[in-house]
Design a protein around this ligand. Structure first.
Ligand SMILES: [Zn+2]
Length: 235
């Protein structure tokens, strides 16, 4: 975006420094501020004609709001030795095994990861994505059996705005991070997207089908609302 050089890339707060990202959005109606939950950056969105000054003014007016929102973010969990990573909602401590071979595996409730330290993050991520594919794939197959319509394909994504989606071409997209959530949450999100293969809307008939193929709708929605952000702070 233009004039970026005149806009600050960071914001100094009493609690530390936050990264600021400036975005120009043709569809935006007004200047807006939000916090990116994954990395805690502050995103200022400007409509086409708004001046960067207006964005700056909004930001300065909301320094306390930004501070409070950042302070309220769930703790960040990095993929590093000793970190506690939930898999299907169950905490697994990362054990680095530089001397061992075989990639990554779960044993006795811990996640063992081999190789050089600089590859640990990548290896944990690859392992979790592979687990996500396996666990969510099995759930998709199970729900597909129940509704009698199959997706064209199932892809894994890393989105912060939605846990799953179903496109009109019957492509189901799921966040790999669902593998971190409890089984019943995975069950519900998969059921929701598979139900869209029959109904591309959220009409009562859609929800009736969802409830036919998962008993966890309400509990899972509640969990995602209160705990979902935590999943974005992992890795
Ligand atoms: Zn939906």
């Amino acid at each position: 975006m233009q004039q970026t050089q005149t806009l600050p890339a960071t914001l100094d707060l009493p609690t530390g420094t936050a990264r600021v990202e400036w975005r120009r959005n043709v569809r935006a109606r007004r200047v807006s501020l939000r916090i990116h939950p994954a990395d805690g950056s502050v995103i200022v969105t400007l409509p086409p004609r708004a001046s960067p000054k207006a964005g700056m003014a909004l930001l300065m007016d909301h320094v306390d709001w930004v501070s409070n929102r950042l302070a309220a973010l769930p703790r960040r969990v990095m993929f590093e030795p000793g970190a506690d990573v939930p898999i299907s909602g169950v905490p697994h401590v990362i054990r680095h095994r530089p001397e061992a071979r075989g990639g990554a595996w779960i044993a006795e409730g811990e996640l063992h990861v081999t190789g050089a330290p600089e590859f640990l993050h990548r290896r944990v991520l690859d392992f979790l994505r592979q687990e996500a594919r396996r666990r969510l794939g099995a759930l998709v197959a199970q729900k597909v059996e129940m509704v009698g319509v199959a997706p064209r394909r199932v892809i894994l994504k890393d989105t912060s705005s939605r846990w799953g989606s179903c496109a009109p071409d019957k492509t189901i997209a799921l966040s790999w991070r669902l593998v971190l959530a409890p089984d019943y949450v995975q069950d519900y999100v998969v059921a929701h997207e598979v139900a869209h293969l029959r109904h591309m809307n959220h009409h009562p008939v859609f929800w009736a089908l969802v409830e036919e193929i998962t008993p966890y709708r309400r509990a899972a929605m509640r969990w995602l609302k209160t705990e979902g952000t935590r999943l974005l702070r992992i890795g």
